[in-house]
Design a protein. Structure first.
Length: 231
C-alpha cells in the first residue's frame, strides 16, 4: 500500500524527469545566444537554505545563469578558481547578511563573502576586466555602514531575510531590457524547485543543498520552470 510520503516522492521524481527532458530541448535554443551569468556569493548554512533557493529561482526567472563556488572541485586551487568564476560572470550578488559570530568554537565572523566581494570589485575596476556589475545584499538596513564602512555610498539591497524580499530586490537589480518576471512568477518557480528537492537530494545521496550536483540540478529545474512560467 502506498504511503502519502511515497506518493509525494514519486510525484517529485516524475516532475524532475519531465523538467530535465524539457531543459534538454531548451538548451539547444539557448545555445544560439549565450546567457548572462550571475555569481552568487552567499553563505552556505542550513538557516540560509530558503534564501539560497530563492536566489536561484529568482535569477533563473530573469533568464540568467546562476554560478557559485559550489562548482569548484576540491582538488583545485580555490582562490584562482573563484577569481576565474567571477571573471566569467557579467553580474555578481554578494549577500553580507551573515556578519555575526558563528556558534561553533572558535567563534569567528565569516570573511569569505566580503573577500569575494573585494575580488568582484577589483575585477570590475580593472582596465583589462570584462564588463561586470556587482550588487550587495543585506537583511538589515544601515548595518553595512558599520560592518563594511568602505562601501559607504553604495546602497545595499535589503531583503529582510525573507524569500519575497529576495525576489523584490532582484527585480530592483535587473531592470534592463529582457525578461521581467513578476514576484508571483518567481514564487511559482520556487515552489516547483521545492517540490523537486526531495528527488534531487535522493539522487545525490545526501541531505545538504550545498553540493555541486544538487546546485546543478536545482538550477536545471529552476531554469526549466522559468521558461514555462515566464513569457
Amino acid at each position: 500500500m502506498l504511503t502519502q510520503t511515497s506518493v509525494r516522492v514519486g510525484q517529485g521524481q516524475r516532475l524532475l524527469r519531465n523538467l530535465r527532458s524539457l531543459a534538454g530541448g531548451m538548451l539547444v535554443a539557448k545555445a544560439l545566444k549565450p546567457l548572462a551569468k550571475v555569481f552568487l556569493n552567499i553563505p552556505y548554512d542550513q538557516g540560509f537554505e530558503r534564501l539560497f533557493l530563492a536566489y536561484i529561482s529568482g535569477v533563473c526567472a530573469f533568464r540568467l545563469v546562476p554560478r557559485a563556488t559550489l562548482e569548484i572541485p576540491s582538488s583545485s586551487r580555490r582562490l584562482d578558481r573563484i577569481a576565474s568564476l567571477i571573471r566569467g560572470c557579467e553580474y555578481s550578488i554578494h549577500d553580507l547578511s551573515r556578519v555575526e559570530l558563528d556558534s561553533r568554537a572558535p567563534r569567528t565572523p565569516r570573511f569569505n563573502m566580503p573577500f569575494e566581494l573585494g575580488l568582484a570589485v577589483a575585477h570590475q575596476r580593472s582596465p583589462k576586466g570584462n564588463i561586470h556589475e556587482w550588487f550587495v545584499c543585506e537583511s538589515l538596513a544601515f548595518r553595512l555602514m558599520k560592518s563594511l564602512s568602505d562601501l559607504n555610498g553604495t546602497d545595499p539591497f535589503i531583503h529582510d531575510g525573507k524569500i519575497v524580499g529576495v525576489f523584490r530586490e532582484l527585480c530592483s537589480m535587473f531592470r534592463k531590457p529582457g525578461r521581467q518576471p513578476s514576484i508571483q512568477q518567481m514564487w511559482g518557480i520556487y515552489r516547483t524547485v521545492r517540490r523537486s528537492l526531495p528527488s534531487i537530494l535522493r539522487a545525490a545521496g545526501g541531505r545538504s543543498l550545498y553540493s555541486a550536483r544538487v546546485f546543478r540540478e536545482v538550477c536545471v529545474v529552476a531554469s526549466s520552470s522559468a521558461d514555462q512560467l515566464v513569457p
